[in-house]
Design a protein around this ligand. Structure first.
Ligand code: 5AD
Length: 496
Protein backbone atom coordinates (compact mmCIF):
# COMPACT_ATOMS: atom_id res chain seq x y z
CA UNK A 1 0.00 0.00 0.00
CA UNK A 2 1.43 3.39 -0.94
CA UNK A 3 2.20 5.68 1.97
CA UNK A 4 1.55 9.42 2.02
CA UNK A 5 2.48 12.39 4.18
CA UNK A 6 0.94 15.87 4.26
CA UNK A 7 2.71 19.07 5.34
CA UNK A 8 0.41 22.01 5.98
CA UNK A 9 1.16 25.74 5.82
CA UNK A 10 -1.18 28.62 6.53
CA UNK A 11 -4.64 29.11 7.91
CA UNK A 12 -7.34 26.98 9.54
CA UNK A 13 -8.97 26.48 6.18
CA UNK A 14 -5.76 24.82 5.01
CA UNK A 15 -5.58 22.65 8.12
CA UNK A 16 -9.14 21.63 7.37
CA UNK A 17 -8.35 20.93 3.70
CA UNK A 18 -5.41 18.77 4.81
CA UNK A 19 -7.75 16.68 6.94
CA UNK A 20 -9.99 16.18 3.93
CA UNK A 21 -6.95 15.07 1.92
CA UNK A 22 -6.13 12.52 4.63
CA UNK A 23 -9.67 11.17 4.30
CA UNK A 24 -9.65 11.11 0.51
CA UNK A 25 -6.27 9.35 0.37
CA UNK A 26 -7.11 6.82 3.08
CA UNK A 27 -10.34 5.95 1.34
CA UNK A 28 -8.36 5.38 -1.86
CA UNK A 29 -6.15 2.82 -0.10
CA UNK A 30 -3.18 4.95 0.93
CA UNK A 31 -1.81 4.75 4.46
CA UNK A 32 -0.23 7.58 6.41
CA UNK A 33 3.58 7.41 6.59
CA UNK A 34 5.47 8.10 9.80
CA UNK A 35 6.95 11.19 8.16
CA UNK A 36 7.94 12.62 4.78
CA UNK A 37 11.07 10.39 4.62
CA UNK A 38 8.95 7.25 4.62
CA UNK A 39 6.34 8.57 2.19
CA UNK A 40 5.76 7.56 -1.39
CA UNK A 41 3.48 10.56 -1.91
CA UNK A 42 4.25 13.87 -0.24
CA UNK A 43 1.65 16.63 -0.25
CA UNK A 44 2.61 20.24 0.51
CA UNK A 45 -0.56 22.15 1.33
CA UNK A 46 0.45 25.73 0.67
CA UNK A 47 -0.53 29.25 1.62
CA UNK A 48 -0.04 32.42 -0.42
CA UNK A 49 -1.73 35.02 1.72
CA UNK A 50 1.58 36.57 2.73
CA UNK A 51 4.96 36.59 1.04
CA UNK A 52 6.77 34.46 3.62
CA UNK A 53 4.24 31.66 3.26
CA UNK A 54 4.94 31.41 -0.44
CA UNK A 55 8.71 31.56 0.00
CA UNK A 56 8.37 28.62 2.36
CA UNK A 57 7.00 26.48 -0.45
CA UNK A 58 9.87 27.36 -2.73
CA UNK A 59 12.53 26.49 -0.17
CA UNK A 60 10.63 23.36 0.82
CA UNK A 61 10.51 22.09 -2.77
CA UNK A 62 14.22 22.89 -3.10
CA UNK A 63 14.93 20.85 0.00
CA UNK A 64 12.83 17.97 -1.34
CA UNK A 65 14.70 17.64 -4.62
CA UNK A 66 16.97 15.04 -2.98
CA UNK A 67 14.03 13.17 -1.48
CA UNK A 68 12.58 12.94 -5.01
CA UNK A 69 15.83 11.75 -6.56
CA UNK A 70 16.25 8.95 -4.03
CA UNK A 71 13.43 6.96 -5.64
CA UNK A 72 11.98 7.33 -9.11
CA UNK A 73 8.42 6.49 -8.06
CA UNK A 74 8.15 9.18 -5.40
CA UNK A 75 5.41 11.74 -6.02
CA UNK A 76 5.41 15.36 -4.91
CA UNK A 77 2.01 17.07 -4.77
CA UNK A 78 1.47 20.80 -4.26
CA UNK A 79 -2.01 21.72 -3.00
CA UNK A 80 -3.62 24.83 -1.51
CA UNK A 81 -3.51 28.48 -2.46
CA UNK A 82 -0.14 28.57 -4.25
CA UNK A 83 -1.32 25.60 -6.31
CA UNK A 84 -4.51 27.43 -7.25
CA UNK A 85 -2.64 30.66 -7.94
CA UNK A 86 0.18 29.26 -10.05
CA UNK A 87 -1.39 26.14 -11.59
CA UNK A 88 0.64 24.70 -14.45
CA UNK A 89 3.35 27.33 -14.01
CA UNK A 90 4.53 25.44 -10.93
CA UNK A 91 5.15 22.32 -13.00
CA UNK A 92 7.35 24.32 -15.35
CA UNK A 93 9.19 26.24 -12.64
CA UNK A 94 9.85 23.33 -10.31
CA UNK A 95 10.54 20.04 -12.03
CA UNK A 96 10.33 18.10 -8.78
CA UNK A 97 6.56 18.68 -8.63
CA UNK A 98 4.33 15.99 -10.13
CA UNK A 99 0.81 17.08 -9.24
CA UNK A 100 -0.70 20.51 -8.60
CA UNK A 101 -4.18 20.38 -7.09
CA UNK A 102 -6.44 23.32 -6.13
CA UNK A 103 -8.57 23.44 -2.97
CA UNK A 104 -11.75 22.60 -4.88
CA UNK A 105 -10.16 19.58 -6.58
CA UNK A 106 -9.17 17.57 -3.51
CA UNK A 107 -11.62 14.75 -4.36
CA UNK A 108 -9.77 14.26 -7.65
CA UNK A 109 -6.40 13.72 -5.98
CA UNK A 110 -6.47 9.88 -5.96
CA UNK A 111 -7.46 9.88 -9.64
CA UNK A 112 -4.59 12.21 -10.53
CA UNK A 113 -2.15 10.03 -8.59
CA UNK A 114 -3.54 6.96 -10.34
CA UNK A 115 -3.01 8.50 -13.79
CA UNK A 116 0.52 9.41 -12.84
CA UNK A 117 1.33 5.89 -11.65
CA UNK A 118 0.16 4.56 -15.03
CA UNK A 119 2.77 6.70 -16.72
CA UNK A 120 0.86 9.97 -17.06
CA UNK A 121 2.65 13.30 -17.28
CA UNK A 122 2.80 15.77 -14.40
CA UNK A 123 -0.58 17.44 -14.14
CA UNK A 124 -2.24 20.54 -12.69
CA UNK A 125 -5.91 20.52 -11.72
CA UNK A 126 -7.15 23.88 -10.40
CA UNK A 127 -10.80 24.36 -11.32
CA UNK A 128 -13.30 26.04 -9.00
CA UNK A 129 -16.50 24.04 -8.41
CA UNK A 130 -18.72 27.03 -9.17
CA UNK A 131 -21.78 25.20 -10.46
CA UNK A 132 -21.92 22.42 -7.90
CA UNK A 133 -19.86 23.43 -4.87
CA UNK A 134 -18.53 20.51 -2.85
CA UNK A 135 -17.99 20.68 0.89
CA UNK A 136 -16.06 17.65 2.06
CA UNK A 137 -17.00 16.22 5.42
CA UNK A 138 -14.82 14.42 7.95
CA UNK A 139 -15.11 10.68 7.80
CA UNK A 140 -16.30 8.92 10.97
CA UNK A 141 -14.02 7.25 13.51
CA UNK A 142 -11.49 4.90 11.93
CA UNK A 143 -10.38 3.03 15.04
CA UNK A 144 -12.20 2.02 18.22
CA UNK A 145 -9.05 2.42 20.30
CA UNK A 146 -8.65 6.13 19.71
CA UNK A 147 -10.72 9.11 20.70
CA UNK A 148 -12.54 11.93 19.04
CA UNK A 149 -10.84 15.34 19.19
CA UNK A 150 -12.69 17.70 21.55
CA UNK A 151 -12.58 20.50 18.99
CA UNK A 152 -13.46 20.40 15.30
CA UNK A 153 -13.80 22.70 12.31
CA UNK A 154 -16.87 22.72 10.09
CA UNK A 155 -16.93 24.62 6.80
CA UNK A 156 -20.02 26.75 6.21
CA UNK A 157 -18.88 28.72 3.17
CA UNK A 158 -15.88 29.08 0.92
CA UNK A 159 -14.50 31.77 -1.32
CA UNK A 160 -14.73 35.52 -0.88
CA UNK A 161 -16.73 38.26 -2.60
CA UNK A 162 -14.92 41.08 -0.80
CA UNK A 163 -12.29 42.89 -2.79
CA UNK A 164 -9.85 44.03 -0.11
CA UNK A 165 -7.08 45.52 -2.19
CA UNK A 166 -4.23 43.70 -0.40
CA UNK A 167 -5.77 40.23 -0.45
CA UNK A 168 -5.16 37.31 -2.76
CA UNK A 169 -7.95 35.12 -1.34
CA UNK A 170 -10.66 36.01 -3.90
CA UNK A 171 -8.17 34.86 -6.54
CA UNK A 172 -7.04 31.65 -4.83
CA UNK A 173 -10.38 30.59 -3.34
CA UNK A 174 -12.85 31.99 -5.88
CA UNK A 175 -16.27 33.54 -5.31
CA UNK A 176 -18.41 32.85 -2.26
CA UNK A 177 -20.28 29.55 -2.17
CA UNK A 178 -22.41 28.49 0.79
CA UNK A 179 -23.27 25.14 2.26
CA UNK A 180 -26.90 24.24 3.02
CA UNK A 181 -27.68 24.70 6.72
CA UNK A 182 -29.18 21.18 6.88
CA UNK A 183 -25.78 19.71 5.95
CA UNK A 184 -23.95 21.94 8.44
CA UNK A 185 -26.26 20.96 11.28
CA UNK A 186 -26.03 17.27 10.36
CA UNK A 187 -22.24 17.34 10.40
CA UNK A 188 -22.13 19.13 13.76
CA UNK A 189 -24.69 16.74 15.25
CA UNK A 190 -22.60 13.75 14.12
CA UNK A 191 -19.41 15.26 15.57
CA UNK A 192 -21.09 15.98 18.89
CA UNK A 193 -22.58 12.48 19.01
CA UNK A 194 -19.01 11.16 18.64
CA UNK A 195 -17.75 13.32 21.51
CA UNK A 196 -16.72 16.66 20.02
CA UNK A 197 -17.38 19.52 22.43
CA UNK A 198 -16.45 22.61 20.45
CA UNK A 199 -17.04 23.43 16.81
CA UNK A 200 -15.51 26.34 14.91
CA UNK A 201 -17.44 27.36 11.83
CA UNK A 202 -15.05 28.13 8.99
CA UNK A 203 -15.29 30.47 6.06
CA UNK A 204 -13.22 33.21 4.47
CA UNK A 205 -15.90 35.75 5.37
CA UNK A 206 -17.84 33.39 7.58
CA UNK A 207 -20.54 35.86 8.67
CA UNK A 208 -21.59 36.71 5.11
CA UNK A 209 -23.17 33.23 5.11
CA UNK A 210 -26.53 32.75 3.46
CA UNK A 211 -28.38 29.47 3.09
CA UNK A 212 -28.42 28.43 -0.59
CA UNK A 213 -31.67 26.53 0.00
CA UNK A 214 -33.28 29.38 1.94
CA UNK A 215 -33.99 27.00 4.82
CA UNK A 216 -33.35 29.51 7.60
CA UNK A 217 -35.92 31.87 9.02
CA UNK A 218 -34.91 35.51 9.38
CA UNK A 219 -33.13 36.01 12.68
CA UNK A 220 -34.56 38.28 15.34
CA UNK A 221 -33.02 41.73 15.08
CA UNK A 222 -32.49 41.44 11.32
CA UNK A 223 -33.72 44.39 9.34
CA UNK A 224 -36.43 43.57 6.81
CA UNK A 225 -34.71 45.38 3.94
CA UNK A 226 -31.51 43.46 4.48
CA UNK A 227 -32.57 39.81 4.67
CA UNK A 228 -29.24 38.22 3.77
CA UNK A 229 -27.54 39.93 6.65
CA UNK A 230 -29.55 37.83 9.08
CA UNK A 231 -28.60 34.43 7.73
CA UNK A 232 -25.41 33.88 9.73
CA UNK A 233 -27.13 34.79 12.99
CA UNK A 234 -30.00 32.50 11.99
CA UNK A 235 -27.51 29.70 11.34
CA UNK A 236 -26.00 30.13 14.81
CA UNK A 237 -29.47 30.01 16.36
CA UNK A 238 -30.37 26.89 14.45
CA UNK A 239 -27.16 25.08 15.47
CA UNK A 240 -27.68 26.06 19.12
CA UNK A 241 -31.27 24.79 19.02
CA UNK A 242 -30.70 21.60 17.02
CA UNK A 243 -27.45 20.44 18.66
CA UNK A 244 -27.97 21.06 22.37
CA UNK A 245 -24.99 18.85 23.33
CA UNK A 246 -22.52 21.28 21.80
CA UNK A 247 -20.54 23.08 24.52
CA UNK A 248 -18.98 25.84 22.43
CA UNK A 249 -19.62 27.31 19.01
CA UNK A 250 -16.96 29.55 17.51
CA UNK A 251 -16.50 31.00 14.06
CA UNK A 252 -13.63 32.40 11.99
CA UNK A 253 -13.01 34.71 10.22
CA UNK A 254 -15.78 37.27 10.21
CA UNK A 255 -15.79 40.57 8.33
CA UNK A 256 -16.81 43.70 10.29
CA UNK A 257 -19.21 44.64 7.50
CA UNK A 258 -21.41 41.70 8.49
CA UNK A 259 -21.32 42.32 12.23
CA UNK A 260 -25.01 43.15 12.15
CA UNK A 261 -27.52 43.90 14.94
CA UNK A 262 -28.95 40.40 14.52
CA UNK A 263 -25.51 38.86 15.06
CA UNK A 264 -24.99 41.00 18.17
CA UNK A 265 -28.36 39.81 19.47
CA UNK A 266 -27.39 36.18 18.83
CA UNK A 267 -24.29 36.71 20.96
CA UNK A 268 -26.39 38.17 23.74
CA UNK A 269 -28.86 35.28 23.68
CA UNK A 270 -26.90 32.13 22.87
CA UNK A 271 -24.88 30.77 25.77
CA UNK A 272 -23.08 28.40 23.40
CA UNK A 273 -21.21 31.34 21.79
CA UNK A 274 -18.05 32.01 23.78
CA UNK A 275 -17.26 35.49 25.00
CA UNK A 276 -14.58 36.11 22.42
CA UNK A 277 -14.64 37.18 18.79
CA UNK A 278 -11.76 37.55 16.36
CA UNK A 279 -12.68 40.53 14.18
CA UNK A 280 -9.96 41.61 11.71
CA UNK A 281 -9.76 45.41 11.44
CA UNK A 282 -6.50 45.78 9.39
CA UNK A 283 -6.01 49.50 10.15
CA UNK A 284 -7.28 52.29 12.40
CA UNK A 285 -6.93 54.99 9.76
CA UNK A 286 -9.91 55.81 7.54
CA UNK A 287 -7.60 56.87 4.76
CA UNK A 288 -5.89 53.46 4.79
CA UNK A 289 -9.15 51.54 5.25
CA UNK A 290 -10.47 53.25 2.13
CA UNK A 291 -7.39 52.31 0.14
CA UNK A 292 -7.67 48.78 1.46
CA UNK A 293 -11.30 48.73 0.22
CA UNK A 294 -12.49 47.43 3.57
CA UNK A 295 -15.86 49.17 3.18
CA UNK A 296 -16.21 50.37 6.78
CA UNK A 297 -14.84 53.34 8.69
CA UNK A 298 -12.98 53.27 11.95
CA UNK A 299 -16.06 54.76 13.66
CA UNK A 300 -18.28 51.99 12.23
CA UNK A 301 -15.88 49.30 13.42
CA UNK A 302 -15.78 50.84 16.88
CA UNK A 303 -19.58 51.22 17.05
CA UNK A 304 -20.24 47.64 15.92
CA UNK A 305 -17.73 46.02 18.23
CA UNK A 306 -18.87 48.25 21.10
CA UNK A 307 -22.45 47.03 20.56
CA UNK A 308 -21.14 43.47 20.82
CA UNK A 309 -19.25 44.14 24.05
CA UNK A 310 -22.25 45.95 25.53
CA UNK A 311 -24.49 43.02 24.63
CA UNK A 312 -22.09 40.46 26.12
CA UNK A 313 -20.32 41.92 29.15
CA UNK A 314 -16.73 40.74 29.40
CA UNK A 315 -16.52 39.73 25.73
CA UNK A 316 -13.00 40.14 24.39
CA UNK A 317 -11.89 40.95 20.88
CA UNK A 318 -8.82 40.02 18.93
CA UNK A 319 -7.84 41.25 15.50
CA UNK A 320 -5.55 41.24 12.47
CA UNK A 321 -3.58 44.34 11.49
CA UNK A 322 -1.42 45.09 8.48
CA UNK A 323 1.34 47.69 8.91
CA UNK A 324 3.05 49.53 6.09
CA UNK A 325 0.21 49.39 3.59
CA UNK A 326 1.07 51.63 0.58
CA UNK A 327 0.91 55.27 1.58
CA UNK A 328 0.63 54.56 5.34
CA UNK A 329 2.00 57.65 7.10
CA UNK A 330 3.15 57.98 10.67
CA UNK A 331 -0.22 59.62 11.41
CA UNK A 332 -2.10 56.70 9.87
CA UNK A 333 -0.11 54.30 11.98
CA UNK A 334 -0.68 56.42 15.09
CA UNK A 335 -4.42 56.06 14.35
CA UNK A 336 -4.00 52.27 14.30
CA UNK A 337 -2.23 52.33 17.66
CA UNK A 338 -4.93 54.52 19.13
CA UNK A 339 -7.61 52.14 17.81
CA UNK A 340 -5.83 49.20 19.44
CA UNK A 341 -5.96 51.06 22.75
CA UNK A 342 -9.53 52.27 22.22
CA UNK A 343 -10.94 48.81 21.46
CA UNK A 344 -8.55 47.14 23.92
CA UNK A 345 -7.80 44.06 21.80
CA UNK A 346 -6.76 41.07 23.91
CA UNK A 347 -5.03 39.39 20.99
CA UNK A 348 -3.48 40.69 17.81
CA UNK A 349 -1.94 39.18 14.71
CA UNK A 350 0.21 41.81 13.02
CA UNK A 351 1.67 41.57 9.52
CA UNK A 352 3.97 43.66 7.38
CA UNK A 353 2.24 44.47 4.12
CA UNK A 354 3.56 42.45 1.20
CA UNK A 355 2.61 42.77 -2.44
CA UNK A 356 0.56 39.79 -3.60
CA UNK A 357 0.02 38.73 -7.20
CA UNK A 358 -3.35 39.57 -8.78
CA UNK A 359 -4.34 42.03 -6.02
CA UNK A 360 -5.69 45.55 -6.72
CA UNK A 361 -3.08 47.10 -4.40
CA UNK A 362 -0.34 46.14 -6.88
CA UNK A 363 -1.22 49.44 -8.56
CA UNK A 364 -0.02 51.31 -5.46
CA UNK A 365 3.70 51.74 -4.80
CA UNK A 366 4.98 49.64 -1.88
CA UNK A 367 6.46 52.83 -0.46
CA UNK A 368 6.87 52.09 3.25
CA UNK A 369 10.41 50.84 3.79
CA UNK A 370 11.10 47.44 5.28
CA UNK A 371 12.73 49.14 8.29
CA UNK A 372 9.69 51.30 8.96
CA UNK A 373 7.37 48.30 8.58
CA UNK A 374 9.48 46.39 11.09
CA UNK A 375 9.57 49.27 13.51
CA UNK A 376 5.78 49.80 13.30
CA UNK A 377 5.14 46.10 13.81
CA UNK A 378 7.33 46.15 16.93
CA UNK A 379 5.44 49.16 18.33
CA UNK A 380 2.14 47.46 17.54
CA UNK A 381 3.16 44.28 19.36
CA UNK A 382 4.43 46.30 22.32
CA UNK A 383 1.00 47.88 22.63
CA UNK A 384 -0.93 44.63 22.25
CA UNK A 385 1.36 42.67 24.58
CA UNK A 386 0.80 45.28 27.28
CA UNK A 387 -2.97 45.02 26.83
CA UNK A 388 -2.84 41.23 26.97
CA UNK A 389 -0.56 41.20 30.02
CA UNK A 390 -2.90 43.52 31.93
CA UNK A 391 -5.89 41.40 30.92
CA UNK A 392 -4.32 38.08 31.90
CA UNK A 393 -3.00 39.31 35.24
CA UNK A 394 -6.48 40.69 35.97
CA UNK A 395 -7.77 37.12 35.75
CA UNK A 396 -5.52 35.78 38.52
CA UNK A 397 -7.69 34.59 41.40
CA UNK A 398 -10.83 34.22 39.26
CA UNK A 399 -12.65 31.01 38.39
CA UNK A 400 -12.93 30.03 34.72
CA UNK A 401 -14.39 27.18 32.72
CA UNK A 402 -11.79 25.48 30.58
CA UNK A 403 -12.45 23.08 27.72
CA UNK A 404 -9.53 20.67 27.95
CA UNK A 405 -8.05 20.11 24.49
CA UNK A 406 -5.14 17.86 25.31
CA UNK A 407 -1.98 17.17 27.25
CA UNK A 408 0.32 20.12 27.49
CA UNK A 409 3.27 20.00 25.15
CA UNK A 410 5.27 22.37 27.32
CA UNK A 411 6.19 19.76 29.88
CA UNK A 412 7.79 21.13 33.00
CA UNK A 413 6.40 24.57 32.31
CA UNK A 414 5.46 25.25 35.92
CA UNK A 415 4.29 21.66 36.00
CA UNK A 416 3.56 20.23 39.40
CA UNK A 417 2.11 16.77 39.81
CA UNK A 418 3.06 15.28 36.45
CA UNK A 419 1.87 16.18 32.99
CA UNK A 420 -0.19 19.26 32.48
CA UNK A 421 -3.42 19.51 30.62
CA UNK A 422 -4.24 22.54 28.58
CA UNK A 423 -7.28 24.05 27.00
CA UNK A 424 -9.17 27.28 26.46
CA UNK A 425 -11.36 29.39 28.68
CA UNK A 426 -14.72 30.66 27.49
CA UNK A 427 -12.86 33.71 26.19
CA UNK A 428 -10.31 31.62 24.33
CA UNK A 429 -7.42 32.33 26.69
CA UNK A 430 -5.00 29.39 26.83
CA UNK A 431 -4.99 27.77 30.26
CA UNK A 432 -2.46 25.20 31.52
CA UNK A 433 -3.91 23.04 34.27
CA UNK A 434 -1.47 21.96 36.94
CA UNK A 435 -1.61 19.07 39.34
CA UNK A 436 -4.13 16.98 37.44
CA UNK A 437 -1.78 14.70 35.54
CA UNK A 438 -3.41 11.56 36.93
CA UNK A 439 -6.87 12.53 35.72
CA UNK A 440 -8.37 12.07 32.29
CA UNK A 441 -9.65 15.51 31.41
CA UNK A 442 -9.62 15.28 27.62
CA UNK A 443 -12.73 16.94 26.21
CA UNK A 444 -14.10 17.98 29.58
CA UNK A 445 -15.24 21.45 30.47
CA UNK A 446 -13.76 21.89 33.94
CA UNK A 447 -13.84 24.66 36.47
CA UNK A 448 -10.42 26.04 37.35
CA UNK A 449 -9.03 28.82 39.45
CA UNK A 450 -6.38 30.98 37.84
CA UNK A 451 -3.13 30.84 39.82
CA UNK A 452 -0.76 32.87 37.65
CA UNK A 453 -0.52 34.73 34.37
CA UNK A 454 2.15 33.90 31.79
CA UNK A 455 3.00 36.13 28.87
CA UNK A 456 0.38 34.62 26.57
CA UNK A 457 -1.48 32.16 28.75
CA UNK A 458 -2.74 31.29 32.21
CA UNK A 459 -1.67 28.75 34.84
CA UNK A 460 -4.69 27.16 36.47
CA UNK A 461 -5.67 24.55 39.03
CA UNK A 462 -8.84 22.50 39.18
CA UNK A 463 -11.26 23.79 41.78
CA UNK A 464 -12.15 21.34 44.56
CA UNK A 465 -15.62 20.99 43.05
CA UNK A 466 -14.20 20.14 39.63
CA UNK A 467 -11.76 17.63 41.14
CA UNK A 468 -14.57 15.92 43.02
CA UNK A 469 -16.73 15.83 39.89
CA UNK A 470 -14.01 14.41 37.67
CA UNK A 471 -12.18 11.93 39.87
CA UNK A 472 -14.71 9.13 40.39
CA UNK A 473 -15.44 8.69 36.72
CA UNK A 474 -12.15 9.54 35.20
CA UNK A 475 -9.34 7.67 36.90
CA UNK A 476 -6.84 5.91 34.73
CA UNK A 477 -5.43 8.50 32.38
CA UNK A 478 -4.98 8.25 28.66
CA UNK A 479 -2.13 7.80 26.31
CA UNK A 480 -0.37 11.08 25.76
CA UNK A 481 -0.08 12.20 22.17
CA UNK A 482 -2.36 13.59 19.57
CA UNK A 483 -6.04 13.01 20.16
CA UNK A 484 -7.46 10.62 17.61
CA UNK A 485 -11.04 9.53 17.15
CA UNK A 486 -13.52 7.38 18.97
CA UNK A 487 -17.09 7.63 20.09
CA UNK A 488 -16.87 8.30 23.80
CA UNK A 489 -19.70 8.98 26.17
CA UNK A 490 -19.81 12.72 26.70
CA UNK A 491 -18.89 13.57 30.27
CA UNK A 492 -19.30 16.46 32.67
CA UNK A 493 -20.20 19.58 30.75
CA UNK A 494 -20.62 22.58 32.96
CA UNK A 495 -21.72 24.81 30.14
CA UNK A 496 -19.81 26.76 27.56
N1 5AD B 1 0.20 41.62 3.28
C1 5AD B 1 0.24 41.48 4.61
N2 5AD B 1 -0.73 40.89 5.33
C2 5AD B 1 -1.78 40.39 4.66
N3 5AD B 1 -2.87 39.74 5.09
C3 5AD B 1 -3.61 39.42 4.02
N4 5AD B 1 -3.02 39.85 2.89
C4 5AD B 1 -1.88 40.47 3.26
C5 5AD B 1 -0.83 41.13 2.55
N5 5AD B 1 -0.86 41.28 1.22
C6 5AD B 1 -3.18 39.49 6.50
C7 5AD B 1 -4.49 40.20 6.91
C8 5AD B 1 -5.44 39.06 7.05
C9 5AD B 1 -4.53 37.95 7.50
C10 5AD B 1 -5.07 36.58 7.36
O1 5AD B 1 -3.37 38.12 6.71
O2 5AD B 1 -4.29 40.84 8.15
O3 5AD B 1 -6.50 39.31 7.96
Amino acid sequence: MPRYSITTFGCQMNVHDSERMHDVLRRAGYTEAGGPEEADVLVLNTCSVREKAEQKLRSEVGRLARWKRERADRVLVVAGCVAQQEGERLLKQMRAIDVVVGPDNIPELPGLLGDLSLGGLPIARTVFDLDAPRFLVASPSPSPASRVAPTAFVTVMKGCDERCSFCIVPYTRGPERYRPSDDIVAEIAALVAAGTREVTLLGQTVNSYSDPLGALPRAPGASADDPDESAFAALLRRIAADVPGLARLRYTSPHPRHLTPSLVLAHAELAVLPRHVHMPVQSGSDRVLRRMIRRYTRAEYVARTRALVEAVPGLTLSTDIIVGFPGETEDDFAATLSLVREVGFKGLFGFKYSRRPHTPALKLPDDVSEDVKGERLARLFEESEALLAAHLSGLVGTTQEVLVEGRDKERGHGGVGGALWSGRTGRHEIAHIEGAGELDLLGEVVEVSIARANKHSLQAELTEAARAAVRPRQRGGVEPGRPARRSLPVVAAEGG
